[in-house]
Design a protein around this ligand. Structure first.
Ligand SMILES: COc1cc(/C=C/C(=O)SCCNC(=O)CCNC(=O)[C@H](O)C(C)(C)COP(=O)(O)OP(=O)(O)OC[C@H]2O[C@@H](n3cnc4c(N)ncnc43)[C@H](O)[C@@H]2OP(=O)(O)O)ccc1O
Ligand SMILES: O=C(O)CCC(=O)C(=O)O
Ligand SMILES: [Fe+2]
Length: 355
């Protein structure tokens, strides 16, 4: 074990290439964080910049047709880019089942999980990863994740891990009407057609679901669970467990706000694709997950995206009345590839398409 912890090559092989992940490292009960995970100070969350008295909006969706609820959603998307929803219609049992399924997947032995590493997986739509992009990240993040790009039920039945597949699909299916409702409301404020055969595929034509696992970390203050980043999705539906640790940057400020776990809630955030389509009206906000010294944490984001083959740019309705386009048009798959070519670095992905 001594050489594993001091030899970066051996450590990377164990964590990244053999399916142990940071979870395997955490289970060795190491007392000190290896250098490979020590983030430069500027990449860690500065706890002095956290404002404990503030919180992102919490919106009750029990009466989702109420125009007032629609206003609150759009206001939150403009002013925070992040909000929590309760009474959203996705059954609590579905949320509990997918959390349990996530724990089941990560509880598999390394030689089982290893089958889902990119180099071994029979499909590139399913991949088990540590950190964000270990080939690119100079310092690794303290997180393992299984990423599944949804193509069809048949493909999922064939290739997604059987210990979690059914629960993950159920969570995706049961979230669909919620996603449509949120997009309808957001389109309405832009003056765009609510949802039709033309805009629905561009807004929600593809979905990726990640199962995130953040194991207990020996020196959590020296590293990150996920570094500051914004999502490249249209919007993200995030399920987190009861541990906490997600922080959101306040709009146009250096300060951060914690997203406290609320039982049965889901967190919604606007992604870069919708910031671009709304010409900057809806905000894709930087967020960050800290590592935890006492508890393992899981979260399950559904990234709701355009199709890879879609050209995205500011919607006509968003630039009517002579407003200048802030973003160039881009093929969505080029935008995502740009995101996956570099480590997390705040909100810099969108610079790729700024006019
Ligand atoms: C914060 O931590 C995160 C966040 C995330 C994700 C956040 C999001 O917002 S995800 C929304 C992403 N949208 C999509 O995934 C759209 C669907 N994707 C695709 O259609 C394709 O993957 C593609 C982007 C069009 C690329 O397809 P293709 O050209 O056929 O080749 P690939 O082999 O699939 O990938 C090319 C390139 O990207 C890298 N990559 C792709 N997917 C992932 C992934 N899930 N994780 C890491 N890296 C990925 C891949 O390595 C390739 O790199 P090359 O340099 O070899 O070209 C996710 C994870 C977090 O920690
Ligand atoms: O774990 C979380 O709470 C957020 C994860 C996240 O931001 C992501 O996977 O993009
Ligand atoms: Fe994110």
């Amino acid at each position: 074990m001594a050489s594993l912890l001091t030899n970066t090559y051996e450590l990377k092989t164990f964590v990244v290439d053999e399916g142990h992940g940071v979870k395997g490292l955490s289970e060795l009960k190491i007392k000190t964080l290896p250098e490979l995970f020590i983030q430069p100070v500027e990449k860690r969350l500065d706890m002095n910049k956290v404002v404990p008295q503030e919180s992102i909006p919490v919106i009750d969706m029990s009466n989702s047709e109420d125009p007032e609820v629609g206003e609150r959603i759009c206001d939150a998307a403009e002013n925070w880019g992040f909000f929590q929803i309760v009474n959203h219609g996705v059954p609590v049992s579905v949320l509990e089942d997918v959390k349990e399924a996530t724990r089941r997947f990560f509880a598999l032995r390394a030689d089982e999980k290893k089958k889902y590493l990119y180099k071994n997986s029979p499909t590139k739509n399913v991949r088990l990863v540590t950190s964000f992009i270990p080939e690119v990240d100079k310092v690794l993040e303290w997180k393992d994740y299984l990423s599944c790009f949804y193509v069809s039920d048949d493909e999922a039945m064939k290739f997604w891990p059987s210990v979690c597949r059914d629960q993950v699909l159920e969570y995706m299916n049961k979230s669909e009407s919620l996603i449509k409702r949120l997009l309808e409301v957001l389109m309405k404020r832009l003056g765009a057609p609510e949802l039709n055969a033309t805009n629905e595929p561009i807004l929600m034509g593809s979905r990726r679901i990640n199962l995130n696992y953040y194991p207990v970390c020996p020196n959590p203050e020296l590293t990150v669970g996920v570094g500051g980043h914004s999502d490249v999705s249209t919007l993200t539906v995030l399920l987190q467990d009861e541990t906490g640790g997600l922080y959101v940057r306040k709009l146009d400020s250096e300060n951060w706000v914690h997203v406290p776990p609320i039982k049965g809630s889901l967190t919604i955030n606007i992604g870069d694709a919708l910031q671009i389509m709304s010409n900057g009206r809806y905000k894709s906000i930087e967020h960050h997950v800290v590592a935890n010294g006492h508890e393992n944490r899981i979260s399950v984001p559904i990234f709701v995206n355009p199709r890879p083959s879609d050209m995205i740019g500011p919607l006509q309705e968003a630039v009517r009345r002579g407003e200048k386009s802030l973003y160039k048009k881009v093929l969505y798959s080029d935008y995502v590839k740009h995101f996956y070519r570099k480590s997390h670095n705040g909100k810099d992905t969108i610079d790729f398409v700024k006019v």
